[in-house]
Design a protein. Structure first.
Length: 365
């Protein structure tokens, strides 16, 4: 138990699987992933985007393989990236086999959509031979016809039934290196489906609100849906699905985890919304600091508060803090203790210096 037990989240301990070099489930860190939106056959553009996504902090990257040229392009792509690649496969079993043989660390499939038992067996054999895991990706928008006929519309029970059916297909073939998702664009449906699935299976779960929307609305929907499940202790890997730059998906995903103390990578900034009391321009300062501190991967807390109403209290609970003062005289706090006054013109450079110094100290201890 931590010194502040109200912040503790008791995660469900699921089965551990491997996705390339990343372990998913159990006590392993919750991983963040995104997906490229380049043409996979444009190898250079895809490699560049994968690297951008990884540099933002993604642990896994998904790549669509809609045709033979795309699945075979993975062989070249995986030579030049240092992050496990998940191949997104839908209906053609040969694409899954090609992806596994060409370097994919995971296949995102619905086994029930692949075809007959022989085709499924061939896919699983290729996955085993190439140490490739699988994600069973159930989606409210593509449920099996008989399940949809049974329930009349997508509902939590329908998604869970589809997931359990697909789990049995893999287990019957002695394949157990897989994780599961039951996604919907509806927050309520997603939360209830994941909760029900978590009660009946011990395989790791990949969380997400699918087709969540634009940057603003999608980030909010995902924060509510994914955040609620994470608070329940459910979830081993996440993706924030946005109609935007996939790099932003990773940023939002990591921020959700940081806000719940489930991930400590990088600087966690606590800042006020600003008002007439502010001793410096809080909004502009935070934007600049986010950019200038993006290279820091060591977990550090930083408070940027514009006045003395809440500033000293917040600074007392962070590694580094700034509280706005009169006439451009702002107070710097180090490890919760007042250090010295800092002029507004020097504020940003001083904060960057102190954060980098703190990061170095923590890394060398």
């Amino acid at each position: 138990m931590s010194i502040r037990p109200l912040r503790d989240i008791k995660r469900k301990k699921t089965k551990v699987i491997n996705v390339g070099k990343i372990k998913i489930g159990g006590d392993n860190p919750i991983s963040v992933q995104s997906m490229t939106n380049t043409l996979t056959t444009d190898i250079k553009a895809t490699i560049n985007q994968i690297n951008e996504i990884q540099n933002e902090g993604a642990d896994l990257v998904r790549v669509s393989c809609p045709d033979e040229s795309s699945s075979k392009a993975l062989k070249e792509i995986t030579k030049y990236v240092d992050v496990p690649i998940i191949a997104d496969i839908h209906f053609h079993y040969k694409r899954a086999i090609e992806a596994a043989e060409n370097g994919a660390s995971c296949l995102r499939i619905n086994p029930g959509n692949i075809g007959n038992e022989k085709k499924i067996r061939d896919v699983l054999l290729a996955a085993k031979d190439n140490e490739c895991s699988i994600r069973i990706g159930v989606n409210a928008g593509s449920l099996e016809k008989d399940i949809l006929d049974k329930y009349k519309e997508p509902c939590p029970e329908a998604l869970v039934e589809s997931a359990l059916r697909n789990i049995k297909i893999l287990e019957d073939q002695d394949f157990f290196n897989f994780k599961i998702s039951v996604k919907s664009s509806d927050v309520f449906l997603s939360i209830k489906a994941y909760r029900q699935l978590s009660e009946v299976t011990n395989y790791p779960l990949h969380l997400g609100i699918t087709e969540a929307g634009s940057f603003v609305s999608g980030s909010i929907k995902s924060s509510i849906g994914v955040g609620t499940l994470l608070l329940d202790g459910i979830g081993d890997t996440i993706r924030i699905s946005l109609s935007d730059d996939p790099v932003k998906e990773v940023k939002i995903g990591n921020e959700i985890l940081k806000s719940l103390n489930l991930r400590t990578k990088g600087v966690k900034i606590i800042s006020c919304p600003s008002c007439a009391r502010q001793g410096f321009q809080v909004i502009d300062t935070v934007k600049i600091l986010e950019e200038k501190l993006s290279h820091i991967k060591t977990p550090i807390t930083l408070s940027i508060i514009g006045c003395v109403v809440n500033g000293p209290g917040e600074a007392a609970m962070t590694d580094i803090g700034i509280t706005g003062g009169k006439n451009g005289n702002n107070m710097l706090y180090l490890s919760g203790i007042q250090s010295e006054k800092v002029l507004t013109d020097e504020l940003i450079s001083r904060v960057v210096k102190e954060v980098e110094k703190k990061a170095s100290e923590l890394e060398n201890n």
